[in-house]
Structures are given as structure tokens and as C-alpha cells.
Design a protein around this ligand. Structure first.
Ligand code: NAD
Length: 502
């Protein structure tokens, strides 16, 4: 049996359980049917139905919010050692079921096994990391004044809503859920309608690890009903959202009446800038990896290549050879590098840019077409001869599509890089240290890597500026979002109190 056939066989075994009842919500430790009926989860590999999924609405969200509210005091007050032990057991549960998580994720999203098998394990790392931070999460400062001993302490904000997208959904949801639970918050999770499978696995693993019922609740459904109701619910104190910039702006409006605290990780059109003095072989590897891995469905992907005009021709020529060699195929085949795009709507969006590029006057130097009709497969694509004013340089395509733009000077590269509504990541390739310092100082992005692809280190702040987000994940920044600072001042003696009405 080939590795693909072996993976398919295992997948069938894992999917068997959904045949009868599909995926239900999980609220207060119980399976709950959707008040708005069901919807179908479709595999992008062959457009087949995977299972039915409970479709939630405001009624289901209310039930989940009540469960999260009731579970909050006991979870908040549970000794940190015990909460830590539960989070560690969740990490162990993820590791034990990493194969199931990865296979289901590949089938549900079209992501290649080579990346998803690692992403599942990164989910476990997220739980371990935040479990380790629990003991210090509530620590504060003492800030003595002449008359007062001032202390600060941090307390969890309350039940929170977490709304996640469909790209690497398991790993991304653990990024949010692990610190929220570590902070002492309870959670209502609304996973993306396009990728519901692994959210179900996560809540199951968490309950098996001893997470009390109601601490993590999962409500499936669409953004406009379940998602919206979550952002409007008065008992939900904060919304951590990962998704498109325009959805972030809708959530700001929806949460206004209940003064919702929000944390947004949104879209990007990230530049990778390659100077003539860079290590061009390493730059080539990184440029390719950062746009064609994870199907290019990655917020931090470097979708704009800014290349110095003196090396443009040679660099693009090498790029084309490598792109044409990338293996597009079945996501469960371990040799596959690019799988199908998530769904029909997104496939139409991504492929529409092939014509947009031509209309705008760019060249399609590689790819630019669909593959077959059975699933949502596209060829990895390179647009050359582009200008930053073109739609292919301004809009987030969110697929394996790279736009190459030439520059002639450092100033011009910086101007092009910053001329974007987004500001998530930037990647710089140069061996000139002072140029790197100058350039990164002025580059408008929340995260920048010099002579490197994106390498996530959990203690560092993750997030974007401009239309790419508000707030940061990672390290103590995560706790700042899920917790409230409190100040308490103790009088040191009988200081003078102004007397009125004497
Ligand atoms: P999306 O905004 O369409 O959906 C994300 C989630 O929001 C889904 O669960 C959806 O149901 C929900 N939603 C939609 N409308 C809503 C509403 N009105 N109220 C409440 N919830 C609503 O995004 P997507 O297409 O699923 O994901 C792709 C996007 O996510 C891309 O733009 C990508 O860049 C971004 N993303 C950003 C990061 C980051 O860290 N910055 C990470 C991953 C993905």
C-alpha cells in the first residue's frame, strides 16, 4: 500500500464516527443539536460531503454563553497548579491524537499532510507553553507613593468568544484557546464553517483531559448568525478574532453596544524585499516557502516579492523553474506540496486574479490555471512585470500566487513595501547590517524577519498594524488581552485628606 493509500485508510476509520450524527455543538459538556438545522462539510479534495454539522444561531450562542458564565467562577478560582495540570493533559491528548487531527484537517481544508502533521503538534506546544505561564499570570507590581502602597493584580476578564478562520484551523484556535484558559477565562469557540472537524476534536480532548464542563464550548455555524450573536452577547466580555479585515470591522460595529474588548488578527499583503547583496539561494528558498507552503492560504505569506532590478531577471528565472517543480496533489500524499484550495468560493476568488493580472498588464510567468475538475486545485502562480498599484499587488489573494515587483533603490523599496493598506509581516534579505537596521525601523509591519522566513517563537508578540490587526498574541501579551489589571492602594498612614463642607 502506498503512503497515500495508508493515510486514506486511516482517515476512513477516523471519519466513520461522523456518519450517523455528524458534528454537534458541544455546550456544558453535552452534545447539542443546531437550532438552525444543519449544514454540510465538504472536502475540497473531491467535493464529497464529509458529514453534516450543527448550524447554530443566537439561541445556541446564548446557551453556550450561559454555560461559560456558570463555569467561570470555579475555573477562575481553581488553584493554578490544577489548571496547569489540565492544560498539560490537553497537550498530551493532542499529541496522542495528532495523526487523527492532521488527517481530518487535511481532508477538511485541503492542506498538505507534510504541513498539517506539524501543525497538530504545534497545537500541543501552545498548550504546554501557556500552561507554564499560569503560575505568574496573575502577578502584579507594587508601586509605592509617599502616602500609599499601590499594588496591581491581574484577574481573568470572564467568559470570552473566540472566532477562528479555516486556514490551519486547529493550530490557530489553540493559539487563542490555550492562553484564554490559562488566564482563567471560560470560552465559547465559533470555528469557521468551512473547517469544523478539528474544533470538535479539540473540545473532546479537553474534556477527556479533565476540563470541567462549560469551560470550553463549541458552537458551529456561519458568521452572520452564530458569529454575530457571539459578538453581541452581553455575557461575553471579549472577542478574539482571526479572519478577514472587513469581518474585523463588522465585529467592531457588532460589539459596540456591549462595549466588547476585541483582539484582531487580520489579513496581509506582505512584502519580501530582496537586495542584490543577499544570500540569493537562501532568499529563493524562503520566498518560495513563504508563499507556496500551506497553499498560500496563510496570513503571514510573503505575497509581494520586491526584487532589486539588477538581479530580477536571474532571480525570477530560478523562481520559475522551482515553481513549475512544486508538487500539487492529494493532500494526504506525504510528497504533496500544495493541496486544493478550501472551497468553491475561494477557488473562484483566487483564479479570478489570473484574468485580473492580464487585464492590469502583468505577465503570468508560471501557473495561472486550474487543475482538473474533481477538486479545487490550482497551479502555483507567479505574476511578473507588476506595479504596486495593480490589484494583484494590493489585494489579499490568499492562495499560492506571488506578485513580483522590481525596485531600483532602497528608498523605492521602502516606499513600495509601505504602500499597502496592510501591515502584518515583512521579510528583508540583505547582508548590509546598517541597511537592515534602517529599513526595519521604517518598515510598517507588526512582525519583521531579516534573512529568515517566518519562524514563530511563542514568547514574541504576534500581530499586525494598519488593516492587519489590533493587539498581540504570544507571551504575556496574550494574558493582557484575556485579563483585567486591577489597582489597589493601601494608605500608609494618616495622610491629609482634603476636607469639604467643614
Ligand atoms: P472570515 O473573516 O471570512 O471568517 C473568519 C471567521 O469569522 C469565521 O469563523 C466566520 O464564520 C466568522 N465571521 C464571519 N462574519 C462574521 C461576523 N459578521 N461576525 C462574527 N463572526 C463572523 O475569514 P476566513 O476567510 O475564514 O479566513 C481567511 C482570512 O483570515 C484571511 O484574510 C487571512 O489573512 C486571515 N488570517 C489572519 C491571521 C493573522 O494572524 N493575522 C491568521 C490566519 C488568517
Amino acid at each position: 500500500m502506498s503512503p497515500l493509500e495508508q493515510n486514506l485508510k486511516k482517515l476512513q476509520r477516523y471519519l466513520g464516527r461522523y456518519a450517523l450524527d455528524g458534528i454537534q455543538h458541544r455546550i456544558a459538556g453535552q452534545d447539542v443539536k443546531g437550532s438552525a438545522g444543519t449544514f454540510k462539510s465538504i472536502s475540497p479534495v473531491d467535493k464529497s460531503e464529509i458529514c453534516s454539522v450543527a448550524r447554530g444561531n443566537a439561541k445556541d450562542i446564548d446557551k453556550a454563553a450561559q454555560a461559560a458564565k456558570s463555569a467561570f467562577p470555579a475555573w477562575r478560582d481553581m488553584p493554578s497548579k490544577e489548571r496547569k495540570a489540565i492544560l498539560i493533559r490537553i497537550a498530551e491528548g493532542i499529541e496522542a491524537r495528532a495523526e487523527e487531527i492532521a488527517l481530518c484537517e487535511c481532508w477538511d481544508t485541503g492542506q498538505a499532510w507534510r504541513f498539517m502533521s506539524k501543525a497538530a503538534l504545534r497545537g500541543a506546544e501552545n498548550f504546554r507553553y501557556f500552561a507554564d505561564q499560569i503560575s505568574a499570570a496573575r502577578d502584579g507590581k507594587h508601586l509605592k507613593s509617599p502616602t500609599l502602597m499601590n499594588i496591581t493584580t491581574r484577574v481573568p476578564i470572564g467568559p470570552v468568544g473566540i472566532i477562528t478562520p479555516w486556514n490551519t484551523p486547529f493550530m490557530l484556535s489553540t493559539w487563542k484557546i490555550a492562553p484564554a484558559l490559562a488566564a482563567g477565562c471560560t470560552v465559547v469557540h465559533k470555528p469557521a464553517e468551512a473547517s469544523p472537524l478539528t474544533a470538535r476534536l479539540l473540545v473532546e480532548i479537553a474534556e477527556e483531559a479533565g476540563l470541567p464542563p462549560g469551560v470550553l464550548n463549541t458552537v458551529n455555524g456561519f458568521g452572520e448568525d452564530a458569529g454575530r450573536a457571539l459578538t453581541e452577547h452581553p455575557d461575553i466580555k471579549a472577542i478574539a478574532f482571526v479572519g478577514e479585515s472587513r469581518t474585523g470591522s463588522m465585529i467592531t460595529k457588532q460589539g459596540a453596544d456591549t462595549l466588547k474588548r476585541t483582539h484582531f488578527e487580520l489579513g496581509g499583503k506582505n512584502p519580501v524585499i530582496v537586495f542584490e547583496d543577499a544570500d540569493l539561494e537562501r532568499a529563493l528558498d524562503a520566498v518560495i516557502f513563504m508563499i507556496y507552503s500551506i497553499n498560500g492560504e496563510r496570513c503571514t505569506s510573503s505575497s509581494r516579492l520586491l526584487i532589486h532590478e539588477s538581479i530580477r531577471e536571474e532571480f525570477e528565472a530560478k523562481l520559475i523553474v522551482r515553481i513549475n517543480n512544486i508538487k500539487v496533489g492529494h493532500p494526504l500524499d506525504p510528497s504533496t506540496e500544495i493541496g486544493p484550495l478550501i472551497n468553491e468560493e475561494h477557488y473562484k476568488k483566487v483564479t479570478s486574479y489570473f484574468n485580473i493580472a492580464k487585464e492590469d498588464g502583468a505577465n503570468i510567468a508560471a501557473g495561472g490555471d486550474k487543475i482538473g475538475e474533481t477538486g479545487y486545485f490550482v497551479r502555483p502562480t507567479l505574476f511578473t512585470g507588476a506595479h504596486n498599484s495593480m490589484r494583484i499587488a494590493r489585494e489579499e489573494i490568499f492562495g499560492p500566487v506571488l506578485t513580483s515587483i522590481a525596485f531600483s533603490s532602497e528608498d523605492e523599496a521602502l516606499q513600495i513595501a509601505n504602500d499597502s493598506p496592510y501591515g502584518l509581516t515583512g521579510y528583508l534579505w540583505t547582508n548590509d547590517l546598517t541597511r537592515a537596521l534602517r529599513f526595519t525601523d521604517k518598515l510598517e509591519a507588526g512582525m519583521i524577519w531579516v534573512n529568515s522566513e517566518n519562524v514563530r517563537h511563542l514568547p514574541t508578540p504576534f500581530g499586525g498594524i494598519k488593516a492587519s490587526g489590533i493587539g498581540r498574541d504570544g507571551g504575556d501579551w496574550s494574558f493582557e488581552f484575556y485579563m483585567e489589571q486591577k489597582h489597589i492602594g493601601f494608605a500608609l498612614g494618616n495622610h491629609k485628606i482634603s476636607r469639604l463642607g467643614v
